[in-house]
Write a protein that binds this ligand. Structure first.
Ligand code: SAH
Length: 212
């Protein structure tokens, strides 16, 4: 279902500047409509964020693409996602051949997405809790992707990133952020690149925002 819409979306992402074929290929394969509520399914292949309930959203496809491209991971890499949400971003990483670890703080969203992963047979390791403190047990990670807007870069996540690994995290105010791409050069040295003008739901937690 929706094959033609998916192809058009990929074409649209190319026009917008996404070049990484492994990212584009994964987005051609993963069926985004399965990750959104039935009511918004007809819009699943528009390049927009969509509501997934509980005041949360599934990220815009362009945002998923640019963040995944920025991670610059080889297949088989270990990647940690903070903010599982619909599970779409995690499914893209899995399709690209990564070992995927993902953390979600909202129990309703967590259990709903766990069910979906089971149904689709997606082998993704999930944890319910505050992702701003990372997942020590499986660290270090070759890549860390934070899919909620953060006031700063959580220290624990910096520590749990492998040397030469990359972290992609939207940093800024509660409503707009700058996409920040960190490359770990050595234990305490990072190279930083930035892409402005993103809008994510807030990252809530110990090293994030306070709940409203
Ligand atoms: N990657 C998701 C985007 C979901 S929106 C997708 O592909 O659909 C962001 C999600 O981050 C929400 O589900 C929200 O509940 C969650 N979140 C916010 N703060 C968090 C935290 N500290 N730890 C884990 N998850 C968090």
């Amino acid at each position: 279902m929706y094959e033609k819409e998916r192809e058009e979306l990929i074409q649209n992402l190319r026009v917008k500047g996404i070049k990484d074929e492994s990212v584009l290929n994964a987005m051609l394969k993963v069926e985004r409509h399965l990750f959104v509520p039935e009511a918004v399914r007809p819009h699943a292949y528009n390049d927009i964020a969509l509501p997934i309930g509980y005041g949360q959203t599934i990220s815009q496809p362009f945002t998923v693409a640019i963040m995944t491209e920025a991670l610059n991971l080889k297949p088989n890499s270990k990647v940690l996602e903070i903010g599982t949400g619909s599970g779409y971003q995690a499914a893209i990483l899995l399709e690209m051949g990564m070992k995927v670890y993902t953390i979600e703080r909202n129990p309703d969203i967590y259990y709903r997405t766990q069910k979906l992963f089971d149904k689709l047979g997606l082998r993704i390791l999930m944890k319910l809790g505050d992702g701003t403190i990372g997942w020590e047990e499986y660290a270090p990670f070759d890549g860390i992707i934070v899919t909620a807007g953060s006031p700063s870069i959580p220290e624990k996540l910096k520590k749990q990133l492998a040397v030469n690994g990359r972290m992609v995290i939207p940093v800024g105010g509660r409503s707009t952020q700058t996409m920040t791409i960190l490359t770990k050069i050595s234990d305490d040295k990072f190279r930083i690149e930035k892409i402005p003008h993103f809008a994510f739901v807030p990252l809530i937690g110990r090293e994030g925002w306070k709940e409203e």
